[in-house]
Design a protein. Structure first.
Lengths: 381, 372
């Protein structure tokens, strides 16, 4: 073993400190980095948090009654009082269909002449629903709401003793972690992961490419500074900025959007730090590989947002994807972070979820930084 | 006039070279959008097909077995295991091993035989509430099917008629039909931004923009020269994407091709306009990239791509009116699924044209401002 002079380490420290200061000065001089870390999460969370919802409420529907009986009026009144629909009456089915085609309404509730018989007979078709199926999710919700309204109304009738019909099996559903099924509660944690992906990539994807373009990286190589030190100095200030962005996002998610935080803050911080390291590492790799800002920017646009948006499980459930797509989602770091955040926010610190996913993130960041060292070294030679 | 055309042509030629000369840039513009089209189209679905569930059956009777066989027989459900205690329910759901636990109490079959309704308890993981809601719908359908069978087998008073439901334009309610036309819009937007958002900023950083300004080219001509490559690339890629959507994903194209292409033309115009505007405001490429994201992300989220605009609060709905992607998605979905022609889409075309022209005018304005 070679014994090292302790001053080697203190020199190393001095060099890194100097580089960190230089990098921080650059951040302060071009306000776009600060804007990325602080403004971006605020704006995006505001837009996302208020704008993104899968809960269809106040769906405009057309109501056509071919026959008016006390029973049908009672059923329609039930529909009118439901928070899900905004019903409008149409005189006949043709005008309602025209409205559906013009997209004035998303569906049609059509009570036909044998409505009265429908209450007692399984085989008659007195209640028709036509939905606009283009948006399958809204269409399915609308179907569900209308079916439930119908079932509830029938049950109410039964309770009042006018009719007795036996329902063999009743379904008792318990939705854990989010009993009201507020889609915002599951979307906001996912959003934070998407936003952090963007911040990480935006902050670092340009910085090494910029130095290559300007030739300042070459001048750095002629000093005693090592590649590792340069990478550390590129990492530290942006890491601090990114954690600030994360903090802002969590505070907004919890206090503005009322998303519960059931896990502990320590776990949240630790896993965020891990993910941010991965995200910044990706940006640095993009930056080093492309060597020019234009290409780095293009790569950042195409490889960060859309994959994190669609393949992370933030909005589309990974379990439902075909096998080869599920394999691909394993190379998207955001997919691990979305899983972690959804658990930490809604369920709590569950080791069975947090540990394997954190391990994956750790593996990613180690891999990215080894890769970074390798390609940087090759670039110099 | 001729000289103007020659100047614009030369500039467009130079822009093409600037974009395509770099091998990496060439790759980025062509390969990822096409790969993403295929991957995203398979990935983006609200249909559930691999539902892992566990069964906690305390009932020794035959009815519970009959009911459960309806779940295990469904191709969408995948039985992970049978459990015996409440703790196991918690551990399976907490650790995301299953999305659903079906619980039948010991009295289930006895109740049914006595004519008392049996109760099926379904415990769902609500961390992804949308998945949970869709899954609940699936469970309800299976239970209803069993109920109908049970009643007809036992000669009981029949239930009331179910609502008969038909879905127009997308009879099987396939997510893919909704999502893939949306992805056409997303990728066209991304490609347009890739071409323009950094282009002026790069010339500013390199100092070549000043050189461009001292040539006889007027700002209008610079703009036209800069967006021509975007048009060519955007058009070619959209065409490929549309072909893939039709032939690989079997999305029906029911409307007219001219209506589709008029939409693509006007949308590309407005997307390139916004990209160029961002680029002309930014003084560094880093700022250009930030601008591109600040435009790209909200315009995708607020476009109705995955979450309907109708679900947004009204002031956010007003905000979507300035979003070109919103109009393009309407055009795409109406042309693909609802068989729309040009005349019905006139309001959308007009909105896109206005956004396109305004953003190009603003881009020209910022060029000039920087000159002075």
């Amino acid at each position: 073993m070679i014994r090292r002079d302790p001053s080697v380490f203190s020199q190393k420290f001095v060099r890194i400190r100097a580089l960190v200061i230089k990098e921080s000065l650059q951040i302060i001089r071009d306000p776009s980095s600060l804007a990325i870390a602080i403004l971006l999460p605020v704006i995006l969370l505001l837009i996302f948090g208020y704008g993104v919802s899968l809960d269809a409420r106040h769906v405009p529907i057309a109501v056509v009654q071919d026959i008016r009986t006390p029973a049908s009026e009672e059923f329609v009144a039930g529909v009118r009082h439901s928070p899900w629909f905004v019903p409008t009456s149409y005189p006949d089915i043709h005008s309602a269909i025209d409205a559906l085609k013009r997209q004035d309404v998303d569906g049609i509730l059509w009570l036909r002449e044998d409505f009265g018989r429908s209450i007692n007979s399984f085989r008659s078709h007195g209640v028709h629903v036509i939905v606009n199926g283009v948006d399958d999710n809204t269409a399915r919700l609308l179907e569900g709401y209308l079916t439930n309204t119908w079932a509830n109304w029938l049950e109410l009738r039964n309770l009042r003793g006018r009719q007795v019909s036996f329902v063999p099996i009743t379904l008792e559903a318990h939705i854990w972690f989010n009993p009201e099924s507020r889609s915002r509660d599951f979307l906001v944690p996912g959003l934070i992961a998407v936003i952090m992906t963007l911040i990480g990539a935006l902050l670092t994807s340009m910085i090494i490419a910029r130095e290559w373009e300007r030739g300042t990286l070459e001048s750095l190589f002629s000093t005693p500074v090592t590649i590792g030190e340069i990478l550390v100095s590129k990492f530290v200030p942006y890491f601090i900025l990114g954690m600030m962005g994360m903090g802002i996002s969590v505070i907004m998610g919890h206090y503005l959007f009322d998303v519960p935080v059931r896990g502990t803050l320590g776990v949240l911080l630790l896993t965020s730090a891990l993910f941010l390291t991965t995200a910044l590492g990706m940006g640095l790799v993009i930056s080093t590989v492309s060597k020019n800002q234009f290409v780095a920017g293009q790569i950042a646009i195409i490889f960060t947002f859309l994959p994190a948006f669609i393949l992370s499980g933030f909005i589309f459930d990974i379990h439902s994807m075909p096998l080869f797509i599920r394999v691909i989602t394993h190379i998207i770091p955001a997919s691990y972070f979305v899983t972690i955040l959804q658990s930490v926010f809604l369920a709590g610190d569950i080791p069975g979820v947090i540990l394997p996913n954190s391990a994956a993130l750790l593996l990613f960041s180690v891999f990215l930084f080894i890769l970074l060292m390798r390609i940087s070294r090759k670039r110099i030679l | 006039m001729n000289a103007v055309l020659v100047r614009i042509f030369r500039l467009a030629q130079k822009e093409f070279l600037a974009l395509l000369r770099d091998k990496k840039s060439r790759m980025v513009l062509i390969v990822p959008p096409l790969v993403q089209l295929v991957v995203f189209s398979y990935a983006a679905t609200f249909d559930l097909n691999h539902i892992s569930y566990a069964v906690w059956n305390e009932d020794p009777g035959e009815y519970s077995r009959q009911l459960l066989s309806r779940f295990s027989g469904s191709p969408n459900f995948h039985l992970v295991g049978e459990i015996r205690s409440e703790q196991e329910v918690k551990s399976l759901i907490d650790n995301r091993k299953v999305l659903l636990v079906l619980h039948l109490r010991s009295t289930f079959s006895r109740d049914l035989a006595r004519g008392v309704p049996g109760s099926l308890e379904a415990i769902l993981d609500g961390r992804q509430s949308n998945t949970a809601m869709i899954l609940l719908g699936y469970v309800q359908t299976i239970v209803q099917g069993y109920n109908t069978l049970f009643i007809s087998l036992h000669g009981l008073t029949p239930l009331a008629a179910p609502i008969s439901i038909r879905a127009w334009y997308n009879p099987n309610l396939e997510s893919r039909w909704f999502i893939v036309p949306g992805i056409v819009g997303l990728l066209t937007l991304v490609v347009s931004l890739l071409v323009t958002a950094l282009s002026v900023a790069r010339e500013r950083e390199d100092g070549t923009f000043d050189q461009l300004l001292v040539t006889p080219l007027r700002p209008g001509e610079i703009i036209i020269g800069k967006i021509i490559p975007g048009f060519v690339i955007g058009f070619l890629e959209s065409t490929v994407i549309v072909i893939v959507a039709i032939f690989l994903f079997h999305i029906p194209l029911r409307g007219s091709i001219p209506a589709l292409y008029l939409g693509i033309f006007l949308f590309t115009l407005s997307a390139l306009g916004v990209g160029l505007m961002i680029s002309s405001i930014a003084s560094t490429q880093q700022q250009g990239l930030l601008g591109a994201f600040l435009f790209l992300v909200p315009s995708i989220i607020l476009s109705g791509f995955a979450t309907p605009i109708a679900n947004m609060p009204s002031y956010i709905q007003y905000l979507t009116l300035i979003n070109p992607l919103r109009y393009f998605l309407v055009i795409l979905r109406e042309v693909f699924l609802q068989g729309a022609g040009v005349s019905i889409l006139l309001p959308e075309y007009a909105a896109l044209a206005v956004i396109g022209l305004l953003s190009l005018l603003l881009a020209g304005h910022f060029f000039r401002k920087r000159m002075g």
